[in-house]
Design a protein around this ligand. Structure first.
Ligand SMILES: Cc1ncc(COP(=O)(O)O)c(C=O)c1O
Length: 356
């Protein structure tokens, strides 16, 4: 099965090979060296001096941590899809007051709307933005939105689960306080590791937090990182080895900008291919994601049917998500995918459209 999923995605063979290594203790010299190396590489990758924490969880663990560590009472969640909504649910389930800025699916959150909302909404401590809304294949204009959040002096939390590794993120320049991704997306690693950066201001806020729990306590992670280049609990060592491997491979392939160009080229090929087959794209023009293409299934075959028929041909795409489950389908281009695979997938999609 060739994977064009939205995570977990296919992994590079070199990455899988690296994960086969014999284990070592997370209190050993070997682990400390690995941890330090990965943290420093990630700081470079995200262009930040902030702490980088490696959580033995999926990305949602970091989402929950941002709320528990850094929000005392009230937060604002920007919603234009299922993952923006998840952030709001995480806030509510942790007892926070959650204001929302919600726009129609397929439309971006705009700086003007955010500015208006923040001007009319008192006592917001933090704003959450889904960088790449995986459920609709839409890229929100993060640099511009970040400027608005900073103008209002709020903490900025960015869910970069389906963008980190595939789309450039400049944490310090944009002033992101918590920015997290998951291993099983653009880095093309198996699931089980959340990678996130945490600013000084967020760490200060965490010091005052009540009932923030133990497992995802930012201050505890910082203590272990500073004192012993390790984590408070057992880390996901195979995934961390894999992360180092992919970061090395990205360097060898010409650096991170080359990686982002690769994602753009792959998504362009997919978009052009589906358009030639007569499909239209779900997100508003100009905001299409470079990592996930969300396609309208408005013809005679619905999205779920396209997904099922493509599976029979050996290609796993992704179904539509949430309210647009049947009216769309999605094609991920994260992880280990070749241009030849993309062409074969588009050929198979053409056959499905023509009922072959
Ligand atoms: C934008 C976004 N946020 C959050 C998540 C949840 O991530 P995880 O499954 O790693 O917890 C996903 C997963 O698809 C996602 O795409």
């Amino acid at each position: 099965m060739k994977l064009f999923t939205v995570g977990p995605v296919a992994c590079y063979p070199e990455v899988l090979e690296e994960m086969k290594r014999q284990m070592f203790s997370h209190r050993s010299k070997e682990y400390r060296e690995l941890h330090k190396d990965v943290v420093e590489r990630m700081q470079k990758f995200l262009e930040t001096n902030n702490q980088i924490f490696l959580f033995p969880s999926s990305g949602t663990g970091f989402m929950e941590a941002s709320v528990r560590n850094c929000v005392e009472k009230k937060m604002l969640c920007c919603i234009n899809g299922e993952f923006g909504r998840r952030y709001a649910e995480v806030g509510i389930s942790n007892g926070k007051i959650v204001e929302t800025l919600e726009v129609k699916l397929g439309k971006p959150i705009t700086p003007n709307l955010l500015d208006e909302k923040l001007s009319s909404c008192p006592n917001i401590e933090a704003v959450t933005i889904t960088h790449n809304e995986t459920s609709t294949g839409l890229l929100n204009p993060l640099p511009e939105l970040a400027k608005v959040v900073k103008k209002h002096g709020k903490l900025l939390f960015v869910d970069a689960v389906s963008s980190m590794g595939g789309i450039d993120i400049k944490v310090d320049e944009w002033g992101i306080d918590v920015c997290f991704g998951s291993s099983q997306k653009c880095f093309g690693l198996p699931p089980g590791l959340a990678i996130g950066s945490v600013s000084e201001e967020a760490l200060e806020k965490s010091k005052q937090a009540k009932n923030k729990g133990w497992y995802f306590d930012f201050n505890l992670f910082e203590k272990y990182q500073k004192e012993q280049w390790s984590t408070p609990m057992t880390p996901a060592i195979p995934q961390i080895l894999a992360l180092r491997k992919i970061l090395e491979m990205i360097e060898e392939m010409g650096g991170k900008q080359k990686q982002f160009e690769l994602y753009l080229e792959r998504s362009k090929r997919i978009r052009e291919g589906v358009t030639k087959l007569g499909f239209t794209l779900f997100p508003e023009k100009g905001y299409e994601s470079p990592t996930v293409t969300c396609v309208n299934a408005t013809g005679s075959i619905n999205g779920s049917e396209i997904y099922e028929r493509m599976r029979k041909k050996g290609f796993e795409l992704a179904r539509g998500y949430g309210a647009i489950r049947d009216t769309t389908f999605r094609i991920g281009n994260m992880g280990y995918i070749t241009f030849e695979d993309i062409d074969l997938m588009l050929k198979a999609l053409g056959e499905v459209v023509n009922n072959k």
